[in-house]
Unconditional design. Sequence first.
Length: 593
Amino acid sequence: MRISDAIIEKLLARSGVATAEQVTALKEEAARSRRPLQDVVIEKEVSDEKTLTQAFAEYTQIPYIELDPHDIPSDVLNRIPERVARQYNAVLFKITDAGVQQLAMEDPDDVQAVNFIQKEIGTNTQIFIASRSNILAALESYRGDVNQELNEVIDVQREENTDIQNVSEQDVAEDSPIAQTVNLLLEYAIRSHASDIHIEPREDFVQIRYRIDGVLKEVNRLPRNVIGALVSRIKILSNLKIDERRVPQDGRFKIKIGGKQYALRVSSMPVADGEKIAMRILDESDQAVTLESLGYWGVSLQVIKLSLTEPDGMVLVTGPTGSGKSTSLFSVLSILNTPDVNIATIEDPVEYKILGVNQTQTNTKAGMTFANGLRALLRQDPNIIMIGEIRDGETANLGVQAALTGHLVFSTLHTNDAATCLPRLLDMGIEPFLIASTVKAVIGQRLVRRLNKPTRQSYTPTEEEKQAIVHMFNLPVGQDFRYIHELEKRAAAEGIGGDAPLSTDEHGINTLWRADPDDNDNDAHNGYKGRIGIYEALANTLPIQKLIMSHATSNQIQTQAIADGMMTMQIDGLIKALRGETTVEEVLRVSKE
């Protein structure tokens, strides 16, 4: 809701989140940019929307509510027509035993809205205030089963003739069944928290698959005859050439669902049975999260935090595509993003937008490659540089030169683990003494599915399972379990796994955790909900620098790093499995080599 500048000023003074000097500076900024003070306060992260709404509720003596869309009965919700609810940002969420209708509104001061809604449902109402984003998320409950709606739309398009039809303008118009199909596919993917959508033509049907928590899952099959119109509709949205089917194309478009804006990165590729579309979903409303909430702890957290205090040098994040490298860098840059620092990035594409950071998109057709963009960045007086990916020797050399000349450089590299990164730079033609002197730390990472804590199950493993874990994780055979037990105790102390009891003692593993395969409610998928990172952080110590100078193998570097105190990705994953964050099977799925 829109809160007046005078009230915002009072709320800031009452809460104590800003000093009088800060409030004055915020007011000056609002006046200079001709924007409401509320927007400036949120933009500068002095406070957030939820906190301001709570403070306003306390100030006006209107009760505050945070709605859980899953807890709103559909018969209660539908007492207010969807059109009216969306017009006034109001949600009827509960009827008490006494018959009082509880109504959440973004703006309870809107007398006209309150009167209109009470004409619809009656005057026996109790009004609550909720944040705008919370109301918009609750309004999505008006939609029923999106998959069922999708099937209804598809049924209209099913025909005996399965040949690909010629695509007319009517087929891809805004109100056509194909447009509805695309909208529902996107909506269902976002509701399922998918990261990617695959639309793949097969001989007799069109296969729709979503990547959810890193695992591909088939969600629907469309009739074969819709593929032409479906691809054309997505190409229109992405501003691609509709009539070009022989070469790959890349595009991008944005949509808004549930009050959040999403960017979709689109790739089309000719395949044997037609044209395949892959779309990466990026939530543009995502805020940077702390390194701890990403899963960093212990030695890995210490190494990455220490590298952020360096005045210059190079920090590399490694891992395959989709392993969360961009998210780690997004959080790191957000930590370093202060008004006295100039941060410049060159990316392909710009995935996360960070306020106050100068982000540049590569454009190969126009000659804006990583190397050319990096040369230009160095003339922009940066303190910190982020290169989206080091793909060739030229970019690697420029990055090293930037690190040598007083810049702190962050980048990503596609290698299997942290230790392999250093020989990979040698392979790109970088001199060993330059690698030894510029690289400060290398982070290796993977993403594993996170157990849904309310439904996760603990069990006692058999002796065979215990021995298999000792063998697969390269744990010392015949020695006591003190090292793993101490690591688990430290992880528990740092909040990994919440209040779950310890799974080990000095002699071995006592309990393990597994997913409930029947748990598919409230955004869970087969007992998993969301993902967490497993990490290894290799600090460039003096012994490792000597190994680099002698052209050592990645195995030698890995052995030395472990001797220096590095915890490998697999051990990090094992500790998180013991703490009930994930399962041993998940860790092995992404890290077994």
